[in-house]
Each structure stands twice: as C-alpha cells, then as structure tokens.
Design a protein around this ligand. Sequence first.
Ligand code: FMN
Length: 145
Amino acid sequence: MNEIIIYKSKTGFTKQYAMWISEETGIEAKSIKGIKLKSLKDYDRVIYGESIMASTIRYYKKIRQYNPNIVCFAVGLSSYEEVNIEDIKAKSEIDGELFFLRGGVNFDKLSFISRFLLKKVTGYKENQDFTNKEAIKNIVNYVKG
Ligand SMILES: Cc1cc2nc3c(=O)[nH]c(=O)nc-3n(C[C@H](O)[C@H](O)[C@H](O)COP(=O)(O)O)c2cc1C
C-alpha cells in the first residue's frame, strides 16, 4: 500500500507522534506545510495527525476532499480518561478511525491569546509534556493491519 503520514502541528507535539509512527511503520511523515494537497490523491491511504483545538480537528474535512481514506490521530492536552472521542468525531465530521494521543503544552511557542486561554482553562502554569511513545501502539497496530 502506498501511504503517507501528514501532520499539522503548532508547537511540536503532533510532529513528535508523527515521527514515532513513521519510525514504527516505515511510512514517510511530512508536515502539511511542505506538501501540495493535490498530491494526497496519489496515495492509497493517508495517516493524518492534528492537534485538537476546542474539541475539533479543523483540517480533517480539507484533507478528506483530496483523499477519503484517512486514519486520523488527534493530539490534545486532555488525559486519556477525560477525552471525549465521540464529541471530537462529531465536531470534526470524522466518520473513519480516530486515535487520541496525549500531547502537552509549550507556552513559549503560543501566541499571547492562546497562552492566556489555555492557562485559564487548564490551570497549568508551566510547560507540560505528556508525549509517550508507548501510546502509539494502537494506531501502529491498526495501520500495520
Ligand atoms: C486555543 C487552544 C485550544 C485547545 N483546545 C483543546 C481541546 O479542546 N482539547 C484538548 O485535549 N487539547 C486542546 N488544546 C491543547 C492542544 O491540543 C495541545 O497543546 C497539543 O499537544 C498541541 O499540539 P501541537 O504542538 O502539535 O499543535 C488546545 C490548545 C489551544 C492553544
């Protein structure tokens, strides 16, 4: 199968997971910034990762216009216990597979407004990193079939 991993990452957490998934599957990972969306048509399947903003994977619908065969991973700050996958799927209009991976927060790389909002909503005052390579097991097994 001809596949590609595409990621959309603001501060690096989604990129980290994309790199780990790439390492374990042998599928090349690229930033969405470095590709032409039209080129996604050339693949049998796209593994797409994006960070969650307000319970939404905003760019999913755009990717689907070019290739409907998507395995999606959402990276967010929520814990594995509190994340509401069905809510994210509904808000993002995701009908296929969705895997959640816990990211983190890097306040140094966020805009003033995002920093302010996130500190208020989460209560975190310092940078947090919950990324863990073990967490990719489920998506890697799914992709490898
Ligand atoms: C404005 C804003 C809204 C966010 N909303 C959510 C959310 O609804 N759920 C969640 O789990 N994480 C949320 N996050 C946290 C990010 O998804 C998290 O920091 C992620 O690890 C960032 O990954 P990235 O660096 O690859 O973009 C939000 C972050 C920002 C800045």
